[in-house]
Design a protein around this ligand. Structure first.
Ligand code: HPA
Ligand code: ZN
Length: 337
């Protein structure tokens, strides 16, 4: 990022709506936590880790990502993970975040739900107080597991309803359609949670339709396969349902072979409410600024387009009205500076 022509991309006030906290685990922290918790890793050093991060599709990544998550044991571990991400946000002028966490990845290993949520939410509270980064936290259900497991997870979350703002759906997309989770999403909606779901990353456009019509989500995570379906595009443009697109993730997982082929700017030109996000930055080679830099380098992203992408993120966020206004003010200050 030493290239001065990237400075404005780092200074741009940003909002992140698609970020898995477990996907921010940097190799250094992985080694530190493994040592702290006496866990043996299948890697000798950081170079080994980097070598393992060569993925051909989503499942290759998920296998390594779930293995990495085994280093988290205590509330302090979840705090440290979340805090490290927030420091990165501060460095990149990310002002508002809506991170995901995957409780089932941890409860299945015998870690208490309470340990996970307390560590994460203490760090988010500190981030708001000390760094001014506002947040809404989203709990994801793992779609390769059953709906009854998801319902049990929702029940565990009820005690912490003041700390969790939304529910989402992630993990292996193909073969696990949104409609598998219709009951748990309906229950979550009744309890006042905001709803999002990964759809149309590797899975087909039909999964975007069913996320909208069956799960009744407020946002679609990824959603790039919408480009295959003109009727769906009209629906998404008319409704302005946001799509949280993750450029570096898409090239790392071979959804696009190369960033020059990414359709995000075409989607923006069509009038879709697309946003830029980092997904699992430690695994995919970059946080928010690096995602913007990649669009600038490979797709000649302009300042006008970058500002529109941020406006979309502010609009798409679950931030309260007053906070949205202050985010727009920060963006205006950037525009006029
Ligand atoms: N897709 C699905 N599940 C995930 C992802 C993703 O990109 N990252 C973490 N879990
Ligand atoms: Zn994701």
């Amino acid at each position: 990022m030493s290239n001065p022509s990237y400075d404005w991309l780092n200074k741009l006030p940003k909002v992140e709506l698609h970020l898995h906290l477990e996907g921010t685990l940097e190799p250094e922290l992985m080694f530190n936590l493994a040592k702290r918790n006496n866990i043996s890793l299948p890697y000798e050093n950081i170079n080994d880790v980097k070598k393992a991060y060569e993925f051909n599709h989503l499942q290759d990544f998920l296998d390594i990502y779930y293995q990495g998550a085994e280093v988290f044991q205590s509330e302090q571990d979840f705090y440290d993970l979340t805090w490290a991400y927030l420091i990165k946000c501060q460095q990149q002028n990310v002002q508002h975040v809506e991170p995901f966490f995957d409780p089932q990845t941890h409860t299945l290993r015998g870690i208490a739900f309470e340990t996970v949520i307390n560590g994460i939410s203490h760090a988010l509270e500190d981030g708001e107080k000390k760094l001014g980064i506002s947040y809404q936290l989203i709990m994801c259900f793992l779609r390769h597991l059953s709906e009854s497991d998801a319902i049990e997870t929702l029940r565990s979350a009820e005690k912490f309803i003041d700390k969790i703002h939304g529910v989402g759906l992630d993990s292996s997309e193909k073969g696990n359609p949104p409609e598998k989770f219709s009951n748990v999403f309906s229950e979550a909606s009744k309890k006042g949670f905001k709803l999002v779901a990964h759809a149309g990353e590797e899975g087909p456009a039909s999964y975007i339709w069913s996320s909208l019509d069956v799960l009744k989500v407020n946002r679609i995570d990824h959603g790039i396969r919408a480009m295959d379906d003109p009727k769906l595009l009209s629906r998404l443009i008319d409704s302005q349902i946001p799509l949280t697109v993750c450029p570096l993730s898409n090239t790392k997982l071979r959804v696009f072979d190369d960033m020059s082929q990414h359709t995000i700017l075409e989607m923006l030109d069509l009038g879709l409410c697309v946003t830029v996000n980092s997904d699992d930055p430690s695994y995919f080679g970059g946080y928010m600024t690096e995602n913007f830099i990649s669009l600038y380098d490979n797709l000649s992203l302009t300042k006008v387009q970058a500002i529109k992408l941020i406006e979309n993120s502010i609009e798409a966020s679950f931030a309260e009205k007053k906070r949205k206004k202050s985010l727009y003010n920060l963006l205006n200050e950037f525009v006029t500076s």
